[in-house]
Ligand binder design. Sequence first.
Ligand code: M6R
Length: 607
Amino acid sequence: MCGIVGILGKHEAAPILVEALKRLEYRGYDSAGIATVNDGVLDRRRAVGKLVNLSDLLVHEPLLGKAGIGHTRWATHGAPTVSNAHPHRAGPIAVVHNGIIENFRELREELAASGFSFVTETDTETIALLTQKYMTDGMAPVEAAHKTLSRLDGAFALAFLFEGEDDLLIAARKGSPLAIGHGDGEVFVGSDAIAMAHLTDQITYLEEGDSAILTRTSVEIRNADGEIANREKRTIQIDQTRVDKAGHKHFMAKEIAEQPTVIGEAIRHYLAADGSKIALPDPGIDFTQFDRVVMVACGTAYFACMTAKYWFEQVARLPVEIDIASEFRYREPPVGGRTLALFVSQSGETADTLAALRYCEGKASKIVSVVNVPESSIARESDVALPILAGTEIGVASTKAFTCQLTVLLMLALAAAQQRGEIAEDTLSQHLADLRALPGLLNATLDREPTLRDAAHNLSKARDILFLGRGTMYPLAHEGALKLKEISYIHAEAYAAGELKHGPIALIDNKVPVIVMAPRDALFDKTVSNMQEVMARDGKVVLITDKAGATEASDGVWETAVMPDVPPLLAPILYALPAQLLAYHAAVAMGTDVDQPRNLAKSVTVE
Ligand code: M6R
C-alpha cells in the first residue's frame, strides 16, 4: 500500500505535499512524512499516526523548499514508528517507496559487508543506502538511482530526491502504479491521479519497468531496457470536489445513506433509454462467445463475485468459477479460449487482482473489469471496463461500492441471459421493472435503522458472532461477517446455513449470537430449520427477514429486523444494508475508528 507524491514546483512544497497526501491517506495511515530540498539542503519531517500529526509537526517545525517528496505509510517491514516512517534518508538521498523489495535481506547483507549500518527495520532503507553507496563510488544521482533500480526485486513505486539538487526528481515503477503530473513550469509525481488532481489534469501513467528523470522543464521517461519511451499525456477528469461527510458522523454512515441514489444512477446507466433492455456501454460484450466466466477479486469485491455466480448460473445458464485473487494468481488455473475473465475492484489498484488480470492476458478471450475508479490500473488494462458509478468511497469498509458492484453484476448477468436467449421477454421486463423500483425499497430499508442500531448495541457486547445464510444470502453472510470484523473488531464468521451441523454448531451457546439472513423465499424453510437447531442449543438469534418471514418464524428469536418485501433476485442488494448497519452501529457502540479502522487501508497495493 502506501501513497507517494513528489513535486518540483514554483511555491513552497510542504503544504502542497500535505494536501496531496490527504488524498492518498486511503492507502495507509500508520505514519506520514515529507522531505524537501531548500537551496540545496535536504531535510525531512516525519510523524507516527494520521496525517494530522505530520501537519501539527510542520506548524512547529516548518520545512521550506519548492522541491519535495511525501509518503503516507501502511506498515509492511517494521512497526509504525518515526524511524521506520518515510522518507528514508541516507546521506544526500531521500526516498519514498510503495511496495515490497523482496531481495532486501541480500542487499542488507551486502551493504553491511561494505560497512553501512541501518537505523530502520524497513526494506526501503536499503534503496537509500544502495544509492548512497553508488554515489560514494562516484556516480552522479541519475546514474546511481538507475544502478539501484537495476538491483531491486519485487514491486515498487519510488521517488528520489537529492541534496544539492533543487530541480531533480527521479521516479520509477515496477508492479506498483505511479503517475506523472504536468504543470506549467512544474512537475508532479503521485501514486494516482487523484493525488495530483488539485494541481493538474495532465497525467502520464508510467508503465511497468519505467523510470523518469524529472526537472521543472523536462520529463524523460525510459523503459525497462533503459531506452527513451514515449508515454501518452492524458487529460483526466477527476471530481475536484473535496469529499465531506455531509452532516453524517462518519463517511461510512454517509456512504450507506447514499446507496439508493448511486444504485439508481448505476441502474439508469446500464438500461437502454426506453428502459426495455440492458444496454452495455461501448464496446459492449458478446456473451454468446463464452462457455464460462472466471471471476476474481479480493475481500468485499470477492463476495460480490460470489453472489454474481448465483445470478450468472441461474439466469444466464453460464458456468462461473470464482476465486480470491491471491490464490488464483499462483495456482496456475487453466484459462482457455471462450472464457470471459471478470475482475471486480472498487479501487482498481488491488495488487493481487491486477496480477490475476495480467495472468489472464493472452489466455482468456476477453478481460472485463467492474471498477469504481475509471482511471485505475485494472480499468486501463481491461478490454472493457464497466464503471459502478458509486462515487468516491472514503470509508475503509466498503458499502456503496459493494451494492453498486452487485447492481452492475446483476445487470451483466441479465444482459448475458438476454443475449444467450435464456430469458423470456416478459421475465426480463419484470426484472427490469423491479430494478427501477429498487432505490425506493432501499430507502425503506434505511428507515429500519433504529431497530438495527438497537440490535447492534446488544451484539457489540459479544466476543464471537456467527452469520448464516443460504443461496444468495450465503455470500451476504460472509460480507456481514467481514464488515463486522473490520470495523468493530468483534470476531465473526459466516457459514452456509446447511453446513452448520457439519462442525460449527459446536460453537453455539448463549454467548454466541447468530445472525440469520433469510427473506421468505424458496429456501426459507430450510434456513429456519437450521435456525431452530441453533435455538435448541441456547443460541441467541438475530433474524433479518421480511414481514412474512417474521410472522412465520420469529417465535423464540432474540431480535427480529423486518425488511421491505423484495423480489428474490434483488434480495442480496437490499439485505446488504442491514448487514452494513449492524456492523456500523456495533462499531460506534465499541468506540472504534469507523472510517479508518486499525491495521487496514482502503487500497491494498501490496500482495
Ligand atoms: O479496491 P478493491 O475492491 O479491489 O478492494 C478489495 C478489498 O481490499 C476490499 O473490498 C476490502 O475487503 C474492504 N475493506 C472491505 O470492506
